[in-house]
Design a binder for this molecule. Structure first.
Ligand code: NAP
Length: 231
């Protein structure tokens, strides 16, 4: 097991995050599935191949992130792949004219600051793995021409997450750590709803590719369907 590459996925108990974890485990990664709800997280690990493990992590809580890094660090030296997948989509019934400061702050705490703080906290482990990869699960709603006034906090949080990707890329180039954003498309999950056009397998594919198959030289870019898209 020590020679397996290690991958950590946030918000892995369901939806696209679970499917990314499943695909990575299937490709031979030692997967650490994290979730804020321990029961849901452990139940999800039980549906992965043997060798996967669980660590509790609420990405909106610095204490929880630090505790997860300590727990993972007890059994893991280098972290080869970090997938910042955890996200919320809370904008029902509001728009850019009515969204509150509190709502903006809450969404950013998870979707944007969460991804950044998790990356910062796991950076020593990422640096100990050769050619580590960070994948930020973003959205077409975070593209400059995808911003929607009816989805205010989510769009702004993903737009800024893409900024985080660009700045982490800049800061980690010297450490040979690649950092990319990806958009899964509109996916049938609790967030995407039953009418979405894509399966979780399709939604997870580009994150899997960036983690396991894409050239290591790709960094500081935004992808959908394994192809670069505009910011
Ligand atoms: P989902 O089924 O609602 O799953 C979201 C996951 O994030 C759940 O595991 C959830 O945990 C977790 N999460 C939320 N807040 C968290 C926190 N503070 N700490 C840790 N985990 C937290 O949604 P999904 O569709 O799989 O979305 C996954 C990612 O894809 C998100 O970043 C989303 O923005 C992005 N995305 C989705 C779509 C789509 O159409 N579905 C489109 C574009 C982008 P709980 O179960 O505890 O709530």
């Amino acid at each position: 097991m020590a020679d397996k590459k290690v991958a950590l996925v946030t918000g892995g108990n369901k939806g696209i995050g679970f499917e990314i974890a499943r695909q990575l485990a299937g490709a031979g990664f030692r997967v650490i599935l994290t979730a804020r709800n321990p029961e849901a997280g452990k139940e999800a690990v039980g549906r992965l191949p043997a060798g996967a493990s669980f660590a509790a992590m609420d990405v909106s809580d610095d204490g929880s992130i630090a505790q997860a890094a300590r727990t993972v660090g007890e059994t893991v030296d280098g972290l080869h792949v970090l997938v910042n997948n955890a996200g919320i989509y809370p904008d029902q019934g509001i728009d850019i004219l009515t969204v509150t400061r509190d709502q903006l702050a809450q969404t950013f705490q998870t979707n944007t600051f969460g991804a950044l703080r998790v990356t910062q906290e796991f950076l020593p482990m990422l640096k100990r793995a050769e050619g580590a990869r960070v994948i930020n699960v973003s959205s077409g709603y975070g593209q400059l021409d995808g911003l929607a006034a009816g989805v205010p906090s989510y769009c702004l949080s993903k737009l800024t997450l893409n900024g985080v990707t660009l700045m982490l890329h800049q800061a980690l180039q010297g450490a040979a750590i690649s950092v990319n954003s990806m958009c899964p498309g509109w996916v049938r999950t609790d967030m995407g709803g039953a009418n979405a056009s894509r399966s979780v397998e399709e939604g997870a594919d580009t994150a899997f590719w960036l983690a396991a198959e894409a050239p290591a030289s790709l960094s500081g870019k935004f992808f959908r369907d394994r192809r670069e898209i505009s910011w």
